[in-house]
Design a protein around this ligand. Structure first.
Ligand code: AMP
Ligand code: MG
Length: 272
């Protein structure tokens, strides 16, 4: 299992030098099969639950999980499947949409700061501050000389957090364009999925190559030892969930949170 994690973490981790998404395969399952992965994922989730309880009990550190992806790549499904075993009391999920007027009236990192996990908590960003170098860049929502400075600002922001007790792990769920077509079609064909589908998504789809370029820049400029990016092959939902669960489990395992020492208790205590 440790070996499996090391393979996953090693192969999926973004190393800035010469990074290209084309070197990653959204179809990849790293030689694993769905059936046998079920057991493994169940084990990872159980471990994750136990580690979360310790993190919460310890109450001094936190974990921030960033999820980014193209539309329909499975951010919501990942949250549903991987986080389902966690105790809601210690988890904060925040979905970042188009900024509100209030958000726009502040510095661009402000809304993310408000959503950061407190000590003991796991914070999940469904989209994140990275939108400000992705959709914002693709659509020229601010001038280039503004967004291009944000990579360094992100690295500094994340460094500040990691030096102050927040561990950061970032996932890019990677599907290919054909998989997105199939998932959009399925959303359109099923009335119970219409709420997930907007015509605007097709406009974004036309900008696929621009998004890929923006992601390549974002991932390579901001994948650091302190706050690494992982490219998760996500055409197969079961592998996506397995990989995310496995890396999260290992990240928390490295943190090794501890139950705090008990306060002084009398030798004998019978509670009546
Ligand atoms: P969804 O995740 O499908 O609910 O869509 C949220 C939408 O909000 C996406 O189209 C994002 O690109 C958009 N969005 C998120 N953050 C920003 C931002 N900082 N600036 C502009 N659009 C954003
Ligand atoms: Mg959407």
């Amino acid at each position: 299992m440790i070996q499996r994690y090391m393979d996953l973490e090693d192969r999926l981790r973004v190393r800035p030098k010469g990074f290209r998404l084309a070197d990653h395969d959204p179809e990849d399952t790293m030689g694993m099969d769905k059936e046998s992965s079920e057991k493994q994922r169940a084990k990872d989730l159980e471990r994750l639950d136990a580690l979360q309880e310790r993190l919460y009990a310890e109450g001094t550190r936190s974990l921030l999980v960033v999820l980014q992806a193209m539309d329909a790549a499975g951010k919501d499904g990942t949250i549903e499947h991987v986080m389902s075993g966690l105790n809601p009391q210690g988890v904060r999920v925040t979905s970042f949409k188009q900024p509100t007027r209030t958000e726009l009236a502040h510095d661009w990192l402000w809304r993310c700061q408000l959503a950061l996990p407190a000590r003991g908590e796991i914070g999940i960003f469904n989209r994140s501050h990275y939108e400000d170098v992705l959709v914002v860049r693709v659509h020229d929502l601010v001038p280039k000389n503004v967004w291009s400075r944000r990579y360094d600002q992100i690295v500094e922001f994340e460094e500040h957090l990691t030096e102050n007790g927040t561990t950061i792990v970032k996932f890019f769920l990677y599907i290919d364009k054909d998989e997105q077509r199939e998932r959009f079609q399925a959303r359109y064909d099923d009335p119970t999925k219409h709420w997930k589908f907007a015509l605007g998504d097709l406009e974004e789809r036309k900008r696929w190559d621009d998004y890929i370029a923006a992601y390549e820049d974002a991932l390579s400029k901001t994948s650091t030892d302190a706050a690494p990016w992982y490219v998760i092959p996500a055409n197969h939902k079961w592998f996506r969930d397995l990989a995310v669960a496995s890396i999260l489990e290992a990240t928390l395992d490295d943190l090794d949170p501890q139950y705090p020492p008990a306060e002084e208790l009398p030798e004998q205590l019978v509670i009546d």
